[in-house]
Design a binder for this molecule. Structure first.
Ligand SMILES: C[S@@+](CC[C@H](N)C(=O)[O-])C[C@H]1O[C@@H](n2cnc3c(N)ncnc32)[C@H](O)[C@@H]1O
Length: 452
């Protein structure tokens, strides 16, 4: 039997300290810690799940936990040492959001952690605060939903107020609530069959043999949705390049681009290559996909993916896509701009990302998005296709960019992107997908052609 040398809460605390104190990304910091301990044989599947739940939950609920804690504190939380603050947050998360953890265990474990990372005074403090919270939960009173919907939804569903305010104005309080709620669920893993190597039905069989519970996607002919799976690193089918991890809505983009064998295609913001490798596979490993990105190190991931998937029609080049137009004028049959964006459509995938963004990005990013689109468009041949996509839900980054582009570039006409979706066709010319209504990541896709 493996000797247990750690406590799951202590591992979670370490990861939370790294995220809060060093700005580490939650998914990366957690994966590193879990992989390190797994390779030392310390973690069972159950430990892994519990640590993940503690880290993701505590990070997502951060502002709500702080607000809850303020009911039991006589001094501001900002005056409390960071590690003690994180112990308190971890304790509160278990007390109020993890039914399966008894209150006594949540309090006792927090006290044990404080003995290790604090001193006699902080032990007494943490013990007092958490036991008081466990004894008197009625002190926590949420704002009235009708009178203060922004505050209520922000606190109840762990979202920043600026975002809730935006979504309420645009969607109404009920839809905003549904969206926020779904952003807190862990989405299933979806993968794209590498059709160059295997058929989807055969891959499903292989995955089932490897212990994956999955079903075909309703959205794309290559998609598979996995509901339960062992660690991805353990799957031979991944190493053999039989699939690429990719969300279903992201898989739609290459279908809207509709690449054909033998063509020359530019994927302007291509790394780490999810869509590049999909385009290359749809071209049946013929022609050429030039996948560019501003970051060389990210392009190394594109190359790694292409190699694993056995795709030989991909070339990568590091460049600023704002300069792309002058380099390949009228050269490409099709160009994809999968623009850098706020990522507000994929909040459910990254628990910390909602707290890393402010509304200012919706002023800054559109300038870059518009500049990349205008430059990349210069590469499109007469009669060629230009697709613009993002993983965000906000009009400033989506419809506004495309409408302004069309207005200032009369050579391009808008096509009905909804008709190019391989599964569920939609009437819209510009497709906006939402997690709460479509069950997939929030994505935007528009398709244009340059007139002959
Ligand atoms: C949404 S991600 C692309 C994801 C990729 N298409 C995929 O499916 O895997 C946007 C990419 O744009 C890149 N990027 C940001 N600014 C850029 C610029 N000025 N020129 C080129 N690429 C840029 C980022 O490095 C990032 O990899």
């Amino acid at each position: 039997m493996t000797e247990k040398k750690f406590d799951a809460r202590e591992v979670a605390l370490k990861v939370i300290n790294d995220i809060e104190g060093k700005g580490a990304y939650a998914n990366i910091a957690l994966a590193q810690e879990i992989n390190r301990r797994t390779s030392h044989g310390q973690l069972s599947d159950q430990d892994r799940r519990f640590i993940t739940e503690l880290v993701y939950g505590t990070i997502k609920a951060g502002a709500t936990l702080d607000w809850m804690l303020s009911n039991y504190l006589s001094r501001p939380l900002t005056k409390v040492a960071p590690v003690i603050r994180n112990i308190l947050r971890l304790g509160m998360y278990q007390l109020f959001f993890l039914e399966k953890v008894p209150a006594s265990a949540a309090c006792n474990q927090a006290v044990e952690l404080t003995k290790k990372y604090g001193h006699a005074g902080t032990v007494k403090f943490v013990n007092g605060v958490l036991r008081n919270a466990a004894r008197s939960p009625e002190k926590i009173v949420y704002p009235d939903r009708e009178k203060q919907p922004v505050k209520y939804l922000a606190l109840k569903y762990f979202h920043p107020e600026w975002l809730v305010e935006r979504w309420i104005k645009r969607l109404g309080a009920t839809a905003c609530e549904e969206l926020c709620q779904i952003n807190n669920n862990t989405p299933p893993l979806s993968v794209r069959t590498n059709t160059v190597k295997i058929k989807r039905d055969e891959l499903i069989q292989r995955l089932e043999d490897e212990g994956v519970k999955c079903k075909i996607s309703d959205w794309t002919p290559e998609g598979i949705v996995c509901y339960e799976h062992p660690g991805l690193g353990t799957l031979d089918s991944l190493r053999a390049g039989l699939f690429q991890v990719q969300d279903e809505s992201s898989m739609l983009v290459a279908h809207v681009l509709d690449p054909q064998p033998g063509e020359f295609i530019i994927d302007a913001c291509g790394a780490p290559g999810g869509k590049t490798t999909h385009i290359a596979a749809l071209m049946k490993n013929t022609g050429q996909v030039l996948s560019t990105d501003i970051y060389e190190h990210k392009l190394a991931l594109t190359q790694e993916n292409a190699g694993r998937l056995g795709l030989i029609n991909i070339e990568t080049r590091a460049l600023d896509a704002v300069n792309l137009g002058g380099m390949y004028p009228l050269k490409a049959d099709r160009v994809l701009v999968d623009a850098p964006c706020s990522g507000l459509g994929v909040l459910r995938r990254k628990p910390d990302s909602r707290w890393r963004k402010s509304e200012e990005i919706l002023q800054d990013l559109p300038k870059l998005q518009a500049a990349i689109l205008a430059s990349a468009a210069q590469c499109v041949k007469p009669g060629g296709v230009l697709v613009y996509s993002t993983c965000t839900t906000e009009p400033e980054e989506n419809q506004d960019i495309v409408n302004t582009f069309l207005h200032t570039h009369p050579a391009f006409i808008l096509e009905p992107a909804g008709q190019y979706l391989p599964g569920k066709k939609r009437p819209e010319s510009m497709v906006q997908l939402w997690p709460h209504t479509d069950g997939v990541d929030g994505f935007f896709i528009a398709r244009m052609t340059r007139q002959q």
